[in-house]
Write a protein that binds this ligand. Structure first.
Ligand code: CP
Length: 310
């Protein structure tokens, strides 16, 4: 199946049918790794990371290497000519001649979209400010589908920094396209989801409950914890006031469902105590691992789509 999009900038860029295709492909890649080990031979992935990352950058690099391709890029914008005043557009126009597709993470909202408008090769958004993180959403959806077998009729709580957390913004929009899901949004009052997002969700008919306490865990199918996004605060004092608003402890899970999925995009700070890690419902490290396979599926599909259109 050919993806209709050339770039991936937003979690709503892919149709539900395209998502299903990517999930099936990722599952096949997970089960039959050898089959795909040369499928991107002679192809180059560039990772342009203007903000720090462990999982997104390195899982993309791992994905490309497992497909037989190679990688280049930078993990710190101070190593790039951005420090000399080069514009994002000029960086992209240069990089398109050095690679077959690129992943970009940038502190400015809309940076990946702008990059895609200047690039002849596919651009993947690896996170743009507090806006979107579509490949984390692919990882989250693939994890839910793999572990629970469905993306519908789920009782999902998202807890933490819902104002600045781009993973939450992307995931909420993506999950609201599936029927029967209920979203409990748990945050400090100061960090509720942005108004534009709330309006968009309500318009789509999503069932939303706003809360300021981490409670009633026994009703949940998924608990998606997130960290308070220190780097997006305007002053340290506000961050310090809110940083430990929610801390999930093992004892809090005693009445939770046996097949509850505890997810977190990571990195965590304090919001999940390490005593949860050995609970069979703690799925966050497996989630990070599954991110490699869904990114393999995405790279493969975008490269094959580009070859067909060449
Ligand atoms: N989930 C995620 O984006 O992690 P990194 O910041 O480590 O890439």
């Amino acid at each position: 199946m050919e993806l209709k999009v050339k770039h991936l900038c937003h979690s709503l860029d892919l149709s539900l049918e395209e998502l299903d295709y990517l999930f099936s492909l990722a599952e096949d890649m997970m089960k039959n790794r050898a089959k795909y080990s040369s499928s991107c031979q002679n192809k180059i992935l560039a990772t342009l990371f203007f903000e720090p990352s462990t999982r997104t950058r390195l899982s993309f690099e791992s994905a490309m290497l497992r497909l037989g391709g190679t990688v280049l890029g930078f993990s710190d914008s101070n190593q790039s000519s951005t420090t000399k005043g080069e514009s994002l557009q000029d960086t992209i126009k240069t990089m398109e001649g050095y690679c077959d597709l690129m992943v970009i993470r940038h502190p400015k909202e809309g940076a990946a979209k702008l990059a895609s408008e200047h690039s002849k090769v596919p651009v993947i958004n690896g996170g743009d400010g507090g806006h979107q993180h579509p490949t984390q959403t692919l990882t989250d959806l693939f994890t839910i589908k793999t572990k629970l077998g469905r993306l519908t009729d789920l009782n999902i709580a998202l807890c933490g920094d819902l104002k600045y957390g781009r993973t939450v913004h992307s995931l909420l929009l993506a999950l609201s396209r599936y029927t029967g899901n209920t979203f409990t949004l748990i945050s400090p009052p100061e960090l509720e989801i942005p108004k534009y997002l709330k309006e968009q969700l309500l318009k789509s008919g999503a069932n939303i409950i706003i809360k300021h306490k981490l409670e009633d865990l026994e009703k949940l199918d998924i608990l998606y914890m997130t960290r308070i996004q220190r780097e997006r605060f305007f002053n340290e004092e506000d961050y310090l006031k809110l940083k430990d608003s929610f801390i999930l402890r093992k004892y809090m899970l005693k009445d939770a469902k046996d097949n509850l999925l505890i997810l977190h995009p990571l990195p965590r700070v304090n919001e999940i105590h390490p005593d949860v890690d050995n609970d069979h419902r703690a799925t966050y490290f497996e989630q990070a691992h599954l991110g490699v396979y869904i990114r393999m599926a995405l790279i493969y599909s975008l490269i094959k789509g580009g070859e067909q259109n060449a």
